[in-house]
Design a protein around this ligand. Structure first.
Ligand code: PAP
Length: 307
């Protein structure tokens, strides 16, 4: 019954929208994706997302981690687990095991674990801000920590990920897909913009992080995250210990992340590829890069966001 108050059965929602009639598109020449509320989703996640939105009741001590895909979710989950839970669960378990993505529980090979339900509750979602439950948005003290990443690196990370779990796909087509926004939780630019705008309006409610800043100055950022979620870290030693526990090099080489699997058909190792900033330069042509930069300028410059 651990997850009973996270996603309750759809029959409990007062007026449940149906997802059968929603627009669909092909993704990666391999699967359908569904359009709902201005974004694209894995079809299996739309109903859980609707139910989460209409039934979730936030508590004041809730901490919701949020991100679109491939922007540093695994790293942020690891850090949050170390900050808010003291034992080193990462030594034996993949971070997604202890902190599943709320709307993705249907794809989890394990039930939702205590990490999500012990106080303070620690949750993660890939959902856009606009479809989060009102209860979370209006809760006076529930916190949201969002992580964003450079779009070109996000795209390259996504390309490798779906090439490995779905099928190889030409990079040109992947760029089209990313730029048109027809990909899981896309459009990327809208997803990031929604959280960015909200974080500017309510900095006490939403902490907006960038993967690159976390890479550049991890000590300051980890201390900042810890303070934001109300669990300040006492010493620099402790900060360093957390950073080591969550480091890409350590996690990638743990047995559970080399050979385990938390999500159906997704090996844990697919969450640890290279973990670098600027890897896009090894793949994108100048034209592809400029196409994405132009979109960034069009969509983000006016709101003061530079990724
Ligand atoms: P998800 O949205 O499917 O959960 P997510 O964890 O956001 O994926 O993204 C994976 C990226 O984070 C990978 O980037 P890459 O493809 O450019 O290499 C992965 O390597 C990187 N990553 C995972 N864990 C860490 C970590 N501990 N430190 C830094 N980067 C990490």
């Amino acid at each position: 019954m651990e997850n009973s108050n996270l996603i309750t059965s759809s029959s409990q929602s007062e007026k449940h929208e149906e997802d059968d009639e929603l627009p669909k598109a092909r993704f990666w020449d391999a699967m359908d994706i569904t359009y709902w509320e201005g974004f694209w989703f894995d079809p299996g996640l739309v109903k859980p997302a609707m139910t989460f939105r209409s039934t979730f009741t936030a508590r004041n001590d809730d901490v919701l981690l949020a991100s679109t895909m491939k922007t540093g979710t695994t790293w942020l989950k690891s850090l949050a687990l170390c900050i808010l839970r003291n034992d080193d669960v990462l030594a034996t378990d993949n971070p997604h095991f202890h902190l599943p993505t709320v709307e993705g529980v249907a794809y989890s090979t394990k039930p939702l674990l205590a990490a999500a339900t012990a106080a303070p509750r620690l949750l993660h979602t890939h959902l856009p801000y606009s479809v989060l439950p009102d209860s979370l948005k209006t809760s006076p003290a529930a916190k949201i920590v969002y992580i964003a990443r450079n779009p070109k690196d996000t795209l390259i990370s996504m390309w490798h990920f779906f090439n490995s779990i779905l099928r190889p796909f030409p990079l040109e087509a992947a760029v089209d897909c990313f730029c048109s926004g027809v990909h899981h939780y896309g459009p990327f630019f809208d997803h990031v913009a929604e959280y960015w705008i909200e974080s500017r309006n309510r900095p006490e409610k939403i902490l907006f992080l960038k993967y690159e800043e976390l890479k550049n100055d991890p000590k300051s950022l980890v201390s900042k995250i810890a303070e934001f979620v109300g669990k300040p870290i006492g010493s620099e030693d402790e900060v360093e210990k957390i950073l080591w526990k969550c480091s890409f090099e350590r996690l990638k080489n743990l047995e559970v992340n080399k050979n385990g699997s938390v999500l159906v058909n997704v090996p844990n190792k697919s969450f640890f590829r290279k973990g670098e900033v600027g890897d896009w330069k090894n793949y994108l042509t100048p034209e592809m890069a400029e196409r994405i930069d132009q979109l960034s300028r069009d969509r983000h410059e006016a709101i003061g966001l530079f990724l």
